[in-house]
Design a protein around this ligand. Structure first.
Ligand code: AHM
Ligand code: MG
Length: 311
C-alpha cells in the first residue's frame, strides 16, 4: 500500500504524519473484506459466545477485524496505542509513537448474517506523552483530531478520509491490489438526498424528536433510506445529501452511537465536506470526552437538513 500512503501524504496538513497508519488500516481492511466475502463458506458468521465491553454480543467477525487492525498497526512505529470498540482499554503498541488510533473495527454487525453492508471507522489523534498510553490521553475533543475515515464494505470497498482538509475517497481495485483515488474533495450536497434513521424508535425518542422529524420531513420532502450500518448510511449522506440521525430514547438516553469510534470520526468527515454534525449540546467535535466508550446522540448531514431538524 505504498502508493496509497504516498497519495494520502499530500491530501492535507496531517497527511504525512498519518499516511502510514491509514495505509496499514486499509491493508488490514482488504484482508477483512476477503473474509467477509467468504464468511458463509468458512463458518465465521455468528457470535463468539462472549460480550464486549458494552455488553453486546461479539460476532466472530468483530474479533477477526479487531485483531487484523491491531496487528497491522503494530507494524507502524508512529502508532503509540490503539483503542477499539471491541477492547476495554487502550493497547499500547509503541511507547515512543506520536499517534493514537481509535477504531470501530466492524461497524453495523447486525448486517453480517444477511450479507449487508458493514464498515470500519477510524480516528487518529496526536499523542503528547511518552511511555504506556493512559486512557485520559485519548479523551481529546474532535477538533484536535488529525485524521478520520472509514472503509465501506459494500458493492465496492471504499476508503473515505480526511487528513485535516477536504474529504477524499479511494476505491479498491482487486485486480491491481491497489486503491484508486476516485472521489476528490467531496462536498455534501445541501439539497436533496434522504433522511436516515431507525424510525421504529420514534415513540421512545426524547426531546420531541418525533415532532421535529415530522416537521423536517414536511419542510424538505426527503425520502427515507436506512441500512442500519452507520458507514453505509453516512457514505450515502455524504454523496447524496440529507441527514443521518441516532437520537436519544427512553432505552438509550445518550443514543446508541459511540463518541470516540463513531460520532467524532463521522463528524470530522461531514464537516470537512461542508456539512453539519451536532449532538444535543452543540457540535460533536467540541464535546469534551469523559470516557472511551461513551455514547452520544448524533445528527449529521447537509446543513439545511440538520438545521431544519434542530432549529
Ligand atoms: P455496532 O457498532 O455494534 O455495529 O452498532 C452500531 C450500529 C451503527 O452502524 C448503526 O447506525 C446502528 O448501530 C444501528 O442501530 P439500530 O439497529 O438500533 O438501528
Ligand atoms: Mg459500531
Amino acid at each position: 500500500m505504498e502508493s496509497l500512503a504516498k497519495a494520502i501524504a499530500s491530501l492535507g496538513p496531517n497527511g504525512a504524519r498519518c499516511a502510514d497508519a491509514i495505509a496499514a488500516i486499509a491493508e488490514a481492511c482488504v484482508s477483512i473484506d476477503r473474509s467477509l466475502r467468504t464468511a458463509p463458506i468458512r463458518g465465521v458468521l455468528g457470535t463468539t459466545g462472549e460480550t464486549n465491553v458494552q455488553g453486546e454480543a461479539q460476532q466472530k467477525l468483530d474479533r477477526i477485524a479487531d485483531e487484523r487492525i491491531v496487528q497491522a498497526l503494530a507494524q507502524v512505529s508512529s502508532v503509540a496505542a490503539i483503542g477499539s470498540e471491541e477492547r476495554k482499554t487502550l493497547e499500547t503498541l509503541h511507547p515512543d509513537g506520536e499517534l493514537i488510533v481509535l477504531c470501530d473495527p466492524l461497524d453495523g454487525s447486525s448486517n453480517l448474517d444477511v450479507a449487508g453492508s458493514v464498515g470500519t471507522i477510524f480516528l487518529i489523534q496526536s499523542r503528547r506523552g511518552q511511555g504506556e498510553v493512559r486512557e485520559e490521553e485519548a479523551l481529546q475533543p474532535g477538533v484536535q483530531a488529525l485524521a478520520a475515515g472509514y472503509l465501506l464494505y459494500g458493492t465496492a470497498l471504499i476508503l473515505t478520509l480526511s487528513v485535516g482538509a477536504a474529504v477524499h475517497a479511494f476505491t479498491y481495485d482487486p485486480e491491481q491490489n491497489r486503491f484508486v483515488h476516485t472521489h476528490k474533495a467531496i462536498r455534501i450536497p445541501d439539497r436533496g438526498g434522504y433522511y436516515s434513521v431507525n424510525e421504529a424508535n420514534a415513540p421512545k425518542w426524547l426531546d420531541q424528536m418525533a415532532e421535529r422529524l415530522a416537521r423536517m420531513k414536511q419542510q424538505t420532502g426527503l425520502g427515507l433510506r436506512y441500512v442500519g450500518a452507520m458507514v453505509a448510511d453516512v457514505h450515502r449522506t455524504l454523496l447524496k445529501g440529507g441527514i443521518f440521525l441516532y437520537p436519544p430514547d427512553t432505552k438509550n438516553p445518550n443514543g446508541k452511537l459511540r463518541l470516540m469510534y463513531e460520532a467524532i470520526p463521522m463528524a470530522m468527515l461531514v464537516e470537512a465536506a461542508g456539512g453539519a454534525a451536532y449532538t444535543r449540546t452543540g457540535r460533536i467535535l467540541e464535546v469534551q470526552p469523559e470516557a472511551l466508550h461513551q455514547r452520544v446522540p448524533v445528527y449529521l448531514g447537509s446543513k439545511s437538513a440538520v438545521e431544519a431538524l434542530l432549529d
